[in-house]
Ligand binder design. Structure first.
Ligand code: TNX
Length: 532
């Protein structure tokens, strides 16, 4: 065989081999029944929580396919982030590689179009318009925050299987509709007590994600209490290192470094949620008192506390060092908090003389203002002279009317309705019951503007659902108490009260149960809800 023949033979062999490789990799098994007749993954457009202001179904359907992409206009880092957030939410279940692209004008058919260009200013910061036609999904908002909130609605227009962590075969069909939506209240919050038990940054992010799905926009972190101090303060390092080293029932406790806290705040901010940090004072301060003897009236540090009693500890409100301490803490915390609020607690300090208490709150209010922040506090701060920028959070006491008469705005967190740590019923293993049992219906069936005589719609900034953690240790526990009640509080904060009723709501909630199964959220299967 001469040289050129040998070359030819090698070449033919290589080509043959390539054919075999290509052919075998192309070869697909014969289609299954499912592939021949793909499942119709149609969403149920009426099952959005919180219920939008208006939803009109127009009878057709839009199909989201492997060639659908997300177009944003104008393209900038914030809009790209929002587009990518949506893409990341729908990629795992559709299995489609969804691109986020820049639009100049309306994109071609089959795509999702997110835009703030030429939109209606009357939508405000959080309103949006969602228009689904057979050709296109168009989400318009005046501000990117409105787009982010509209995306939560769009996610819920898909079948519940959209929330699956694995690829689901089928045709992703959305009902065509027009939705115009905006919130009833400015403040729609959840609170997590990370002091009684500490939760990792990952767990906290998980909770933030679930809250974002329901258009929650405030994440209140209860960062200190008798049982633990959970935020690093550089000028008083023992607070976290020693004061954070325990928890209810004993255990490792923990704290967030300032950079971890910033990471949480940034994560929340990317979801248009403002972190509201709370440092409890003058009561609920055993962890601080245990960390620094000089903060105590007698100069002796008490031991760390692992029980669940309240009302036994207090800073010495007549000692100068107390105010140096508070100034340092609020200065450091303000510097790492992007939002405008610092929550100072203020509840349950029964051993502090009443005049001393009001003077204390007034002084702390001045400190908070000196770092450019607005003060938030529980009911009891209403005894003091409050500034118009201060916000009072109502949980159980009539004294709140003192704040209302000073023209101060109120966050409604009545314990008997919104406390996510209350048991559902006597056989609920987790939780407390001092404010009663709160079944899903009880948590939903109330209105902030009529709940408390003397507090009406124009006094109310919004609604918040606190989750105290005396009895909860894991993310699983958080989920069990928050779901299914959290979405109800989100709806109370967002949706118009007119037309809101339990019998209709419970059907929507049942649909969300399917979503939580996909998301692997550990929720309470209340017998009041017709789960599917
Ligand atoms: C009352 S609400 C408290 C908390 C407890 C909670 C338990 C409030 C301002 N104080 O210290 O953790 O009850 O439900």
């Amino acid at each position: 065989m001469n040289k050129s023949k040998r070359k030819n033979r090698i070449r033919t062999n290589i080509i043959l081999l390539l054919f075999v490789i290509i052919f075998s990799s192309c070869k697909t098994p014969s289609p299954t029944e499912e592939e021949k007749h793909p499942a119709d993954l149609t969403g149920t457009p009426g099952n959005i929580i919180p219920m939008p202001v208006s939803v009109n179904l127009t009878g057709g359907s839009f199909i989201f396919t492997g060639s659908s992409d997300i177009y944003v206009e104008p393209m900038n880092p914030e809009m790209a982030f929002i587009g990518q957030y949506l893409a990341d939410k729908i990629k795992p279940s559709t299995g489609y590689n969804v691109f986020v692209l820049a639009a100049t004008g309306v994109p071609g058919r089959g795509n999702i179009y997110l835009t703030t260009v030429g939109t209606d200013p009357s939508l405000g910061d959080e309103g949006y318009e969602l228009n689904v036609t057979e050709e296109l999904v168009t989400l318009k908002a005046y501000k990117p925050s409105g787009l982010f909130l509209g995306i939560q609605t769009l996610r819920q227009l898909f079948s519940p299987l959209i929330d699956s962590k694995t690829v689901q075969q089928g045709i992703w069909r959305l009902a065509t509709c027009t939705i115009r939506d905006y919130p009833r209240f400015e403040w729609r919050g959840v609170m997590l007590d990370v002091a009684r038990h500490f939760f990792s940054v990952e767990d906290v992010k998980s909770y933030i994600d679930m809250a974002a799905y329901y258009k929650i926009n405030r994440f209140h972190m209860h960062l200190s209490d008798d049982q633990g101090w959970r935020i690093q303060i550089n000028s008083w390092p023992n607070l976290a290192v020693y004061g954070g080293s325990n928890q209810v029932g004993g255990g490792p406790g923990g704290y967030y470094t300032q950079s971890e806290y910033s990471e949480i705040a940034e994560y929340a901010q990317q979801r248009y949620i403002i972190v509201v940090p709370e440092i409890e004072m003058p009561g609920h301060t055993n962890a601080a008192l245990a960390s620094y003897p000089e903060l105590n009236s007698n100069g002796i540090a008490p031991p760390l506390y692992t029980g669940i009693e309240v009302g036994f500890s207090a800073l010495d409100v007549n000692k100068e060092i107390t105010y140096n301490f508070i100034d340092d803490v609020i200065r450091e915390l303000s510097a790492i908090t992007p939002g405008p609020y610092i929550h100072i607690g203020g509840d349950e300090a029964p051993h502090v003389d009443s005049l001393d208490y009001t003077r204390f709150v007034d002084t702390v209010q001045t400190i908070v203002h000196s770092y450019g922040k607005k003060m938030v506090g529980w009911d009891e701060i209403s005894k003091a002279d409050l500034s118009q920028s201060t916000i009072a959070q109502h949980w159980a006491n009539k004294i709140i009317l003192n704040a209302v008469s000073q023209g101060v705005k109120v966050i409604m967190s009545p314990a008997s309705k919104t406390y996510l740590d209350m048991k559902y019923n006597p056989s609920t293993v987790l939780g407390l019951n001092w404010a009663g049992y709160i079944e899903v219906m009880d948590g939903y069936n109330w209105d902030p503007a009529t709940h408390f005589n003397g507090i009406s719609e124009n006094n109310i900034l919004g609604v918040e659902a606190p989750l105290w953690s005396e009895t909860i240790i894991t993310l699983n526990d958080i989920e069990y108490l928050a779901f299914p009640r959290l979405p109800g509080h989100a709806e109370i904060g967002w949706s118009p009260v007119l037309g809101r009723n339990w019998d209709e709501y419970k059907e929507r909630l049942a649909d969300h149960g399917l979503r939580w199964v996909e998301m692997e959220i550990n929720f309470y299967r209340s017998p009041q809800v017709p789960w599917k």
